[in-house]
Design a protein. Structure first.
Length: 251
């Protein structure tokens, strides 16, 4: 990797960590960056999990410091994610670099579009006719599916988790995000183990990225709790579109 990575990875990691915790989409910056710095697709995919794991653990501490202390319910929901994540990770480790780049480019375009589209009020997505047990069952099945996607590619998984959790928890953004980081940690750690077992982790690059991600994650907890999470949606969407075009060789 070039010498510039020593400075670039932590810097971009701060932005990515903030975005991941406050909303989502940070991996749409870090994963293409790792590829552009010389890692092939599957290696970048595994390396990115180092930063996500550290960032999620730091964010949990940050939310607890902000007064959101309950872990029992998010941990219970999180148990449904690792089986899906393991399946997704095993599907990803055997993928060719060329195929991974094409899939990543498509994912970036879809994530960019989801950021630009106006979101519906979360309260309109609530179904008060469902019993608590049915709501939990629906949330658990959704989290299993999100776990598979997260184990496979990770990019945009925060948005998917928020969609599931909004339906389960309502529109308390701080609570949704505090649940999200617990669930992400629980399924990312075993997915990271799968990539590491197959030799698809660059630990130096992962550690540099993790430094930035963890700092950004702490900032993201403050931003989330204080309700200021409308940051840089347009810039992020444009950046992801450019990266998608680069990945496909259009320019």
């Amino acid at each position: 990797m070039p010498d510039s990575a020593i400075f670039l990875l932590p810097l971009v990691g701060v932005i990515a960590g903030l975005l991941n915790v406050a909303a989502g989409g940070g991996s749409a910056l870090t994963l293409p960056l790792l590829i552009f710095l010389g890692l092939d697709g599957p290696l970048a995919n595994g390396t990115n999990r180092v930063a996500i794991t550290v960032q999620s653990g730091t964010a949990i501490l940050g939310f607890r410091a902000q007064g959101l202390r309950s872990l029992k319910e998010p941990l219970l929901l999180a148990l449904f994610a690792p089986p899906g994540a393991l399946l997704g990770a095993y599907a990803a480790v055997d993928m060719s670099d060329a195929l991974f780049r094409k899939i990543l480019a498509l994912v970036l375009v879809f994530v960019a579009a989801s950021i630009l589209l106006k979101k519906k009020d979360a309260r309109t997505n609530q179904d008060s006719s469902l019993s608590p047990g049915k709501k939990f069952a629906l949330a658990a099945s959704g989290i299993f599916a999100v776990g598979f996607y997260g184990g496979f590619i990770q990019v945009g998984v925060g948005f998917l988790l928020m969609a599931v959790l909004y339906r389960y928890l309502g529109d308390d953004l701080a609570l949704v995000n505090s649940y999200k980081v617990v669930i992400v940690l629980v399924f990312t750690a075993p997915a990271l183990a799968v990539f590491a077992w197959h030799g698809l982790v660059d630990w130096k690059a992962g550690a540099l990225l993790a430094l930035g991600n963890s700092a950004g994650g702490l900032l993201g907890t403050r931003l989330s709790v204080k309700g200021g999470n409308k940051a840089v949606r347009l810039v992020l969407a444009l950046a992801m579109t450019i990266m998608a075009l680069r990945l496909t060789g259009i320019f």
